[in-house]
Write a protein that binds this ligand. Structure first.
Ligand code: SF4
Length: 378
């Protein structure tokens, strides 16, 4: 039997400092616990019972994988290669923060086999970077980007954010223009969302966060699409833009609701219809690895209906939309029949374009894409 294709995600839950808007599972810790956690992640990969797969993509995310000692990160990648059959042309990405990566670090990552960088730039406006609690300046982002190119990275993503506190359309246009002038292969643009349990949430509750109104938010998003497509980027997912041949293959796995294994504190895995999540707290994760206790904190078995709903919801995020025949084959259902009600409604509202082969969110539907996608959840 041909082994299944399963992607690998590694969660490095540490950052130099927590940003004011961040609700990811990450900690501004230093010292032995960082080293111990990375070694525990490595051991959990070495001991996994899920290694009977071929791996088309690997993604080191976080947190800030470029923050801890790079040789420990490289060691984890080596262990993945020892334990799994990683495809020779696998996309191997690492998230980096311009404040914690220099040329030597990039060179080490490149040499180890990482072939894609995702750089958390967020903005080229120093005042906004301070407001966000980022540890780097715009100049540091330029230097870091150049260093990554010099180290041989030919596939770089820049992460940018809009709809920030006191953010004007002009400032956003400047950030986008600057990003385009650097000619990265990929650009991700997300609107800020204020998440509970973050400093931004508390500020917002006290009325101290001056967020752009919905109208400006929408203008920023529509401008993004216009500007980036004009600059030669393909708008291939609601928030993602790529040069030809540079879509993020790892994220495509998520958007097609395909299988992946996650390693590290709080990492999520999805295989054979089961989704599970590892222990979130790094100290508890390390203890569990050393005592041989189960690393799973939550587990959810998705029945066919729930899985189908999620697949549609995720695929609709892609500008290619839902490949009707492929999904029908995967789930053995007649899609137009099963979703007749939703299709009629969304088509009437001109939010969804429906043909025999594809369902695609229309340009009108893009600003409300999350609600359109949610219609298909079980
Ligand atoms: S660098 Fe990224 S993961 Fe770390 S605190 Fe900031 S937003 Fe969160």
């Amino acid at each position: 039997m041909t082994p299944e294709r399963v992607s690998v995600y590694v969660h490095i839950p540490f950052c130099a400092k927590r940003c004011a808007y961040c609700d990811f599972n990450t900690y501004a810790w230093r010292g032995a616990i960082v080293r111990d956690t990375l070694e525990a992640i490595r051991l959990s990969i070495e001991r996994t019972e899920e290694a009977d797969v071929v791996v088309p993509t690997i993604f080191f995310g976080g947190g800030t994988p470029s923050f801890p000692a790079p040789e420990l990160i490289v060691r984890i990648l080596e262990t993945i290669r020892e334990r799994f059959q990683v495809l020779p042309d696998a996309e191997i990405s690492i998230e980096v923060n311009p404040g914690s990566a220099d040329r030597a670090r990039y060179a080490l990552f490149r040499q180890a086999g990482f072939n894609r960088l995702s750089m958390g730039v967020q903005s080229f406006d120093d005042r906004l970077l301070v407001a966000l609690g980022r540890v780097h300046t715009a100049n540091e982002a330029f230097r870091s980007y150049d260093a990554a190119r010099q180290a041989g990275f030919g596939n770089i993503n820049l992460d940018l954010m809009f709809a920030l506190p006191d953010h004007s359309l002009r400032q956003w246009q400047h950030t986008l223009r600057t990003a385009v002038s650097l000619q990265p292969e990929h650009i991700s643009c997300y609107a800020l969302t204020v998440e509970p349990n973050t400093p931004f949430f508390r500020l917002n509750q006290r009325g101290l966060l001056n967020l752009p109104d919905e109208d400006t938010d929408l203008k920023m998003y529509l401008y993004t699409i216009r500007a980036l497509t004009r600059a030669g980027y393909e708008h291939y997912e609601i928030s993602n833009f790529a040069r030809r041949g540079h879509r993020c293959q790892h994220n495509m796995v998520y958007w097609r609701n395909e299988q992946y294994l996650g390693f590290g504190p709080g990492a999520v895995s999805y295989r054979r219809g089961v989704r599970w999540k590892a222990i979130r707290n790094p100290r508890r994760f390390v203890q569990a690895v050393h005592s041989g206790a189960p690393l799973v904190q939550e587990e959810e078995r998705l029945d066919a209906t729930a899985s189908l709903g999620e697949t549609l919801m995720l695929m609709l995020r892609l500008r290619d939309g839902v490949d009707v025949k492929a999904v029908e084959q995967r789930y053995g259902v007649n899609l137009p029949q099963r979703y007749a009600h939703q299709l009629n409604r969304l088509r009437r509202l001109r939010l969804l374009e429906v043909t025999r082969d594809r369902w695609r969110i229309t340009t009108k539907g893009l600003p409300v894409a999350n609600s359109v996608c949610a219609e298909f959840l079980a």
